[in-house]
Design a protein around this ligand. Structure first.
Ligand code: ITT
Length: 200
């Protein structure tokens, strides 16, 4: 039997990255919009893991499908870990990706290079309609640049500089981002869990 896996995101940037990462698994991948699912799950948890688990379970029950949900965001050391679980809402409702990274650059005005350390974190949760939950985490270390550069990716990618790549995440081709990103790392670990679930 081919399992159908629901990817629970409204973010097209994430959906695109997961579609590529899951291409080799013997599962049929579907999305909230394709299933006509309009349920909104509030992200009220204090951690990425809590939010990912809440979302995975709620959508798995709603859809009656195995569900893959994540929560992710950016932790900036000079801002005591902000925007963290609030990364998507950092500049308020209706704001664009550029509004959010400009707000971040403003918040870091005057902060020198060596104190601009940050990391992206991602937790992927897998849930079944019966309530079985597994989670996998990934992170990616970098520095908040003084200004944006690059056109790839989404979100805060243009201001997330990775010294070992000598580039921002938005300057890297998608394959390179998938290989080194928080989401790529969490997703590969979660894909392993999914393989185990498919074998069980
Ligand atoms: P869903 O909840 O529908 O999946 P979202 O955009 O709200 O979409 P999150 O709650 O996980 O997703 O918020 C993550 C935010 O953190 C996202 O909107 C970006 O602003 C930022 N972010 C996460 N991963 C990122 C990445 O790979 N590159 C750049 N920014 C990222």
């Amino acid at each position: 039997m081919t399992h159908k896996l629901l990817i629970a995101t409204h973010n097209p940037g994430k959906a695109r990255e997961y579609r590529e990462l899951l291409a080799n698994l013997p599962i049929e991948v579907t999305y909230l919009d394709a299933e006509g699912i309009t349920l909104a799950v509030a992200e009220t948890g204090a951690t990425f893991a809590e939010n990912a688990q809440q979302k995975a379970l709620a959508y798995a029950r709603e859809a009656g499908l195995w569900t893959w949900a994540d929560d992710s965001g950016l932790e900036v050391d000079a801002l005591a870990g902000a925007p963290g679980v609030h990364s998507a809402r950092y500049a308020g409702p209706g704001a664009s990706d550029a509004d959010r990274y400009r707000k971040l650059l403003d918040a870091l005005a005057g902060v020198p290079w060596d104190q601009r350390t940050a990391r992206f974190r991602c937790v992927v949760a897998l849930a079944t309609p019966e309530g079985v939950i597994r989670t996998a985490a990934g992170k990616c270390e970098g520095i908040i640049a003084f200004g944006p550069a690059g056109e790839h990716g989404f979100g805060y990618d243009p201001v997330f500089y990775m010294p070992e790549q000598a580039a921002t995440l938005a300057q890297l081709p998608p394959e390179t981002k998938n290989r080194i990103s928080h989401r790529g790392r969490a997703a590969r670990a979660a894909a392993e869990l999914l393989r185990e679930m498919l074998r069980a």
